[in-house]
Design a protein around this ligand. Structure first.
Ligand code: DGL
Length: 264
């Protein structure tokens, strides 16, 4: 059995890299729904339907544990999947998201204001605010949607993305931490470090998810014992583009990307 990772596109490969670096011995299957990217501007029904198709595909690939690396899919679909889909479709499979592990990292005893930068759908769901308030009800949470960042990063326009990061940084006043709540934003981490005051903690999922998964597997021996360990990585996308190979090989030099149609 394998570890599945799902994202709306290839951004989640950055999170996969964190998993592979921390837990190199396991086998991973990645699925990026590039045919339907971006999710951030889709409605909840569409995001849920794409995410269910992705779960079915990863389960068909023998994934015992699936991490939804996409913040948007986590925000909209995770709770439904855990409560209404997985228990009936594949009760032995565990599906986890990125929001709760991220929220845990954003707080210290002194934190009073947290900024969240994410897609439209994630911000509209207010999932980050809700989960942060569960841990610290007095917290001020400033959520800002950045719909232009994913297209700029996807089109490799890092000059414009850097300028956009500058603009968003100026909109966050007096924050203690900034959650980069989208798989693509770790690629702009250096811009946020440049434009935000040094005391602001930037919470980037590529830096935390590896340790979180390791900790989860240590606490869930019943899952860990089922996982195969051949150091394999298989990357699937729902729509192939030769440029993807280049992007993926920057992170995983020998990886081959293949296309699969799994939307119903
Ligand atoms: N992967 C998505 C996320 O983490 C962002 C890209 C999209 O809009 O599909 O929220």
């Amino acid at each position: 059995m394998k570890i599945g990772v799902f994202d709306s596109g290839l951004g989640g490969l950055v999170i996969t890299k964190a998993f592979v670096s921390t837990l190199p011995e396991y086998d991973y299957v990645y699925y990026g729904d590039t045919a339907n990217l971006p999710y951030g501007d889709k409605n909840a029904k569409q995001i849920l339907s794409y995410t269910i198709d992705a779960m079915k595909f990863l389960i068909s690939q023998n994934c015992e544990i699936i991490i939804i690396a996409c913040n948007t899919a986590t925000s909209i679909a995770l709770r439904f999947l855990q409560q209404n889909f997985i228990p009936y479709y594949a009760p032995d499979v565990k599906v986890l998201g990125v929001v709760i592990p991220t929220v845990e990292e954003a707080l210290t005893d002194d934190t009073t204001v947290v900024g969240v930068l994410a897609t439209n759908a994630t911000v509209d769901s207010h999932i980050y605010r809700e989960e942060l308030h569960k841990l610290k009800p007095s917290l001020e949470v400033v959520e800002i949607a950045a719909p232009d960042l994913v297209p700029l990063i996807e089109s490799n326009n890092f000059t414009a993305a850097d300028l956009a990061a500058k603009k968003y940084s100026s909109e966050f006043k007096s924050i203690d931490s900034l959650i980069l709540g989208c798989t693509h934003y770790p690629l702009l981490k250096s811009s946020f470090h440049k434009y935000l005051p040094e005391r602001v903690k930037i919470v980037s999922q590529d830096e935390l998810m590896g340790a979180k998964l390791k900790d989860y597997l240590t606490r869930h021996f019943e899952i860990d014992i089922c996982l195969s360990r051949n150091k394999e990585l298989k990357v699937w996308v729902s729509k192939y583009n030769s440029h993807y190979q280049e992007v993926a090989q920057k992170l995983f030099p020998n990886v081959i990307i293949e296309e699969v149609k799994c939307n119903a």
